[in-house]
Design a protein around this ligand. Structure first.
Ligand code: ZN
Length: 415
């Protein structure tokens, strides 16, 4: 995607404004002698911005307007260190609601719908974003917030909720409860709108089957407004994103160079009209690709593929990029395989090639050799790499309460 003339002017105007203030990025641009941009080339030579910067600028170093124009802040907490604070002007809040309403419309939701909101309210951009978009659309908002499943289901039946918004894991829980309680015929849901966290095909199908609804993935992050900057349409050919508010480029996470449309890499977002805290070339660490061509729905908004993983988790063997999520998806297709596995990658000096060993836990009732063959052929057909497979009984691999380290790469440890 190349910046249109309008987008180029918008970015230039945002930069000039930043440079004229004491904003964190304004100072960086001044120090580097950057005065604005005239071309795609200028744009692509601009430094990236990152979550790290936003932490350094804590609490309000990235505010780019006078205090009297800020109407709200949101915050995202990282897994480590200081949180990040994002200030919003009245226009930013309104723009976000407009984008979110557009998401609902793209999902075929209208002002006749009743939208039950279960994501959390507070410093996060979750609940309030879903609500503002709903009100902008003119639909009935049922602002439940998270938890209290009994009450959620009661309201869902009494108010005849037609759209559920949730995290995918809470949607799964609700769908299982509805099934268990045998109240499916009292539920009027037709659609679900879920945050685009990584979720498996198995989970998606369970929700679809339990509830008999259409599912929509919404994309967004607190640093760039919040959820609502993109969503899939009924054709499920990726997520349309709103290029009148944001510009997206896909870069090679190692070199930082933009890759051609269609190729996978890290999503980098530039806001086009944000006032409170504009961000230029913000690295999201989400991995996806731009889907080239037109969508069958006829909308001209460009499309992002579903989020494949985080660039921090990516590993590469025999020239193929892989993510733990792909391994998880594939293991779900194997009868008896548990969700526990690990991947070891090393370099065989004598043959001068990389070796990948996948260790998988399989239930005792299943023939280990057959399971290993199945896993090997799935890797070959779905990933394009044939690893060595070791099958072990369930309970063999170490469990951890924190995030389990799945991939060990010895290739870089001795360098
Ligand atoms: Zn479409």
């Amino acid at each position: 995607m190349i910046l249109t003339a309008t987008q180029l002017n918008q970015v230039d105007a945002q930069m000039k404004r930043l440079i004229s203030t004491d904003n964190y990025y304004g100072k960086i641009y001044r120090e580097k002698g950057i005065e604005g941009i005239d071309s795609q080339e200028d744009f692509e030579s601009l430094p990236f911005s990152s979550k790290e910067d936003l932490r350094n600028a804590y609490p309000l170093g990235i505010q780019a307007v006078p205090d009297e124009e800020v109407v709200r802040i949101h915050s995202s907490s990282g897994t480590t260190g200081k949180p990040v604070i994002i200030p919003y002007t009245a226009k930013d809040v309104d723009d976000w609601a407009i984008m979110f309403a557009r998401c609902y419309e793209t999902a075929g939701i209208t002002n006749k719908d009743r939208i039950q909101i279960t994501p959390g309210y507070g410093l996060w951009t979750a609940g309030i974003g879903f609500q503002a978009g709903c009100e902008k659309l003119g639909a009935m908002c049922i602002p439940m917030g998270p938890g209290n499943t009994d009450k959620q289901l009661q309201m869902m039946m009494d108010l005849k909720t037609t759209v559920i918004t949730a995290t995918s894991s809470y949607a799964l829980l609700l769908s299982e409860e509805i099934n268990k309680r045998g109240i499916k015929d009292k539920i009027c849901l037709t659609k679900g709108v879920f945050g685009s966290e990584r979720w498996s095909e198995k989970m998606r199908n369970t929700i679809k089957e339990n509830l008999g609804i259409e599912l929509y993935d919404i994309y967004g992050l607190t640093e760039i407004y919040g959820p609502g900057i993109g969503i899939n349409c009924e054709h499920e050919t990726g997520m349309h994103y709103w290029d009148d508010y944001i510009y997206i480029e896909i870069i090679d996470p190692k070199t930082g160079k933009p890759v051609p449309d269609g190729e996978e890499g890290e999503i980098v977002i530039t806001t086009l009209v944000k006032e409170g805290a504009p961000l230029i070339r913000f690295r999201t660490h989400d991995i996806s690709r731009i889907i080239p061509g037109e969508c069958p729905c006829g909308r001209h908004y460009p499309r992002l593929d579903i989020i494949k993983g985080r660039s921090d988790d990516m590993f590469k063997v025999h020239g193929v990029n892989m993510f733990p999520s792909q391994v998880e998806d594939l293991l779900q297709l194997v009868d008896g395989a548990s969700s526990e596995y690990n991947v070891t990658i090393a370099h065989d000096d004598s043959k001068n090639k990389d070796i990948m060993i996948v260790t998988v836990e399989v239930e005792g009732r299943v023939d280990f050799e057959e399971a290993a063959d199945k896993i090997r052929s799935l890797f070959k057909s779905r990933v394009g790499v044939t690893p060595k497979i070791t099958v072990v009984p369930v309970g063999t691999l170490p469990r951890s309460e924190k995030k389990t380290k799945r991939v060990t790469d010895y290739r870089f440890e001795n360098q």
